[in-house]
Design a protein around this ligand. Structure first.
Ligand SMILES: [Zn+2]
Ligand SMILES: [Zn+2]
Length: 247
């Protein structure tokens, strides 16, 4: 469900029916249903400071994005993570980035250990043994009786930890890139929202403090769950009032 399209806004019951809503920038109170829809016609979605989520039935900050799997609006949503089974947003992105960082070391260490085993006890890597280290190749060799079950298992483990190690490294790089530029993966890749939004924060320090809280690097040693996300007045305005580049 797309909370941003004007169609979903038109189908939704008008917000003034439920709460005393005053648009923070328009400073305008809706007089009737017709008035409300007229204002929406005049004011295309990209220039509105808030939006209406028809799934949650409420007005949300524009930097909230509804997740149909979690069934909630997530503030500064990055993405829905299928591996951890939840959404990554402003409140938990720091743990996600640290998770990726240490995953790289864990997975590559596992790959190294299984590599030693395969190299020493199964087939030397050089010149042609590396071919049998690949999971699918090992599976086929096992199916035709050229490989034991255990060695096939180790080769599959090697392939998985090797690829997930470099996958996590790439993902970590992307996450840091988005964070340092003051955006999220959602802003970059969903409907090019980046083109319509100002970045959060003026510099790298502000942007790291937004996601990690003060002393961002401490999170990589121990998760700093008691340190709140640090929002400057401009960042708070950008997230909750969502100033658009189109204004
Ligand atoms: Zn929602
Ligand atoms: Zn989700």
């Amino acid at each position: 469900m797309d909370c941003r399209s004007s169609d979903s806004l038109k189908n939704a019951p008008p917000p003034f029916a439920r709460l005393n809503y005053r648009d923070p920038i328009l400073g305008y109170e809706f007089e009737s249903e017709t008035d409300y829809f007229n204002r929406i016609e005049m004011d295309p979605p990209n220039t509105r400071t808030t939006k209406y989520c028809s799934a949650c039935n409420m007005i949300t900050p524009r930097r909230c994005h509804h997740c149909p799997l979690c069934k909630i609006c997530v503030l500064r949503k990055d993405h829905h993570c299928f591996l951890t089974g939840g959404c990554v947003g402003l409140a938990n992105q720091r743990y996600f980035i640290v998770f990726l960082f240490w995953s790289v070391f864990g997975a590559l260490y596992g790959a190294l250990l299984t590599f030693y085993y395969l190299n020493d006890f199964v087939t030397p890597w050089f010149p042609f043994g590396w071919f049998t280290y690949a999971g699918p190749v090992a599976l086929v060799r096992y199916a035709f009786g050229y490989e034991s079950l255990f060695n096939m298992f180790i080769a599959v483990m090697f392939s998985m930890s090797f690829s997930s190690g470099f996958g996590a490294l790439a993902f970590f790089g992307f996450q840091m890139y988005y964070t340092l530029h003051g955006y999220t993966m959602h802003d970059y890749h969903v409907a090019r929202l980046k083109d319509h939004l100002e970045s959060d924060g003026e510099n790298y320090t502000e942007r790291l403090a937004l996601v990690f809280g003060r002393r961002w690097w401490m999170n990589f040693i121990f998760p700093q769950f008691w340190v709140p996300n640090h929002l400057t007045p401009n960042i708070a305005r950008n997230i909750f009032l969502s100033v658009s580049k189109d204004l």
